[in-house]
Structure formats: structure tokens, C-alpha cells
Design a protein around this ligand. Structure first.
Ligand code: PDD
Length: 285
């Protein structure tokens, strides 16, 4: 039975109840995080909490717990739910008002919810066991504040469904200038002539924690060249390798886009090098 955290208490999932007037339910008015944990070790805990606090500030929810408090919640959930490979989901909504009114609430306590879910085992840096992703592409029709990790995910859900309903693992998005933005639930990269290229941080993409860690690891521990710049869609289709990153995927190699092979259609050597480094250093974060 899954044990969850709701507004200060740990309880079985089926006992966790919130009001239908919760603004998270009515408006998607909240912020969330997903932190991976392998064998009870949280990866990227501090940057995840920092991004969450930043998101709360951006949407004007006056709520801040320090890292010690969040660490207690996460580690208690891990203990109560078994220490296997878990995603820890943290969610803060603006709370339950007595009326449905668009303006931000005053004097309403935020709703704080956390639960765990199973994630795949950490990636092995091994081409023979890696999951090779096949993806579709579609125009990015989400809002213009994709840097905020909002719980209002219908745009992402519809884009994910675009690929999923066609038998693909993910969907890579592009804006009206034919520039790659990100995946529906992950950041995206191309590799060309030995250079890793990924779009710069702006309002079109989420500042992924896995992205931050990967770029930092490549910078500190390798000679692999990285460029953060606009990636045109024709560059995506001409890339030697394509990768996706997220907290639950780590670095995912893409071998097919819209039915066409990426490079030679096999998982690339630079993916192997990057995943090897990521596996070696991710616990530093
Ligand atoms: N998704 N971009 C989008 C749109 C995302 O939803 C995610 C993560 C990322 C990668 O961020 P990070 O490396 O911090 O996980 C990029 C999570 C895992 C989800 O919604 O389940």
C-alpha cells in the first residue's frame, strides 16, 4: 500500500482527500517537482527544491520550506514505500478557496502533497541494454511560460499523446520558427560532428535539473563540446545523435524520429560517453 504525505501527515493513499474547491483541481494552479531516488539516494535534491521555490515565487504562492524539511518528507516517504527506484512527486497548490474566482487567494493555506511512484532502474551506460526511443514531432502549442513547472499540464499531456497514440515513446516539439523547443516531458539535444547542442534556457522550455547536471558534468569532467543555441528542425533530422533528458529517463537515446532513423539508426557513441559520465557523477548533486 502506498503511503503519501498530505498537509503535514503521512497516510495511506486512499485516505488522502482534498477539497474539489482546491485551485490545483479547478485551475491547475500549482507547482510540482519529480525527484528521482535510487536505493534511497535522492539525485539532484537541492536544485529540485530550488527550482520549486523559484516556481512558487513566479506564481505568487507564499510558501517556503527549507531543504531539511523537504528532505525529511522525501526520506520518510522512501522509508515507508520501500527504497527501490522511486520518483518522489512534490506538489503545492494555492489551496482550497470557498468560491471559484480567478484572482489569487488571500489567507488560504496552500495544499502540500507528495507521493512516490516506481521509476525504471538507473540507466546503465551500455548500448545493449539501453532503451532506444522512437519519437514523433509536432508544433509546440503550449503556453509561453514553459519555464514554470506548473501542474497545469494539459498542453504537455496532449503533445505526449500525439506520439503515444502513434506508438512512439515521446514527442519532440518545435515552435513557429521551426526551432526545436523540448520534448513533451523532457529536454532535447542533438549531437553533430561530436558537439552536443541543446536550445538555450528561455520561456519555451523547462530548465531541467537533469539538463543542468548533464551540462555541468560534461563541462567539469570531459572535453565534450556543448553549445546552447537555437536548433532548427532540419538540424534535428540531420543529427548524428538525438538525446532526451528527464529525472526519470536520465539520458535517453533517440534512434527514430517520425519513422526516420537518427544517424545510422543505432545508439551513438557520444550517448555512451555522456551516460557513463552521468552515471559516475550524478550522485554529487
Ligand atoms: N518531466 N521538460 C518538460 C516539459 C518536463 O516535463 C520535464 C520533466 C523536463 C525535464 O526536467 P527534469 O530533468 O528536471 O526532470 C523537461 C517530469 C519528470 C514529469 O513531468 O514527470
Amino acid at each position: 500500500m502506498s503511503i503519501v504525505f498530505l498537509n503535514g501527515d503521512f497516510m495511506p493513499m486512499e485516505d488522502a482527500k482534498i477539497s474539489p474547491m482546491d485551485r490545483g483541481f479547478l485551475f491547475g494552479d500549482g507547482i510540482y517537482e519529480v525527484i528521482p531516488s535510487y536505493d534511497a539516494h535522492l539525485i539532484g535534491f537541492a536544485p529540485h527544491i530550488e527550482r520549486m521555490n523559484q516556481g512558487l515565487k513566479l506564481i505568487g504562492i507564499d510558501f517556503k520550506w527549507d531543504k531539511t524539511k523537504w528532505s525529511e518528507v522525501c526520506n520518510t516517504l522512501i522509508k515507508k514505500n520501500g527504497a527501490a527506484n522511486l520518483g518522489i512527486y512534490l506538489h503545492i497548490s494555492r489551496g482550497a478557496d470557498s468560491k471559484r474566482f480567478h484572482a489569487y487567494t488571500e489567507n488560504v493555506p496552500p495544499t502540500v502533497f507528495a507521493f512516490t511512484f516506481a521509476i525504471p532502474a538507473a540507466n546503465l551506460a551500455d548500448k545493449s541494454t539501453a532503451k532506444a526511443y522512437k519519437v514523433s514531432t509536432t508544433e509546440d502549442l503550449r503556453w509561453q511560460r514553459c519555464n514554470i513547472k506548473s501542474t497545469a499540464l494539459l498542453g504537455n499531456v496532449m503533445h505526449f499523446q500525439h506520439g503515444f497514440s502513434r506508438g512512439y515513446n515521446e514527442t519532440i516539439l518545435f515552435n513557429s520558427n521551426n526551432e526545436m523547443t523540448e520534448g513533451s516531458a523532457c529536454n532535447a539535444y542533438i549531437v553533430k560532428d561530436g558537439v552536443v547542442i541543446t536550445p538555450p534556457l528561455d520561456n519555451q522550455i523547462l530548465p531541467g535539473i537533469t539538463r543542468f547536471m548533464l551540462l555541468d558534468i560534461l563541462d567539469k569532467h570531459s572535453d565534450i563540446k556543448v553549445e546552447q543555441r537555437i536548433v532548427k528542425m532540419d538540424e534535428l533530422f540531420a543529427a548524428d545523435e538525438v538525446w532526451l533528458t528527464s529525472s526519470s529517463k536520465e539520458i535517453a537515446p533517440v534512434v527514430q524520429i517520425d519513422g526516420k532513423p537518427v544517424g545510422d539508426g543505432e545508439i551513438g557513441d557520444l550517448w555512451l560517453a555522456a551516460q557513463t559520465l552521468y552515471s559516475a557523477y550524478k550522485a554529487d548533486y
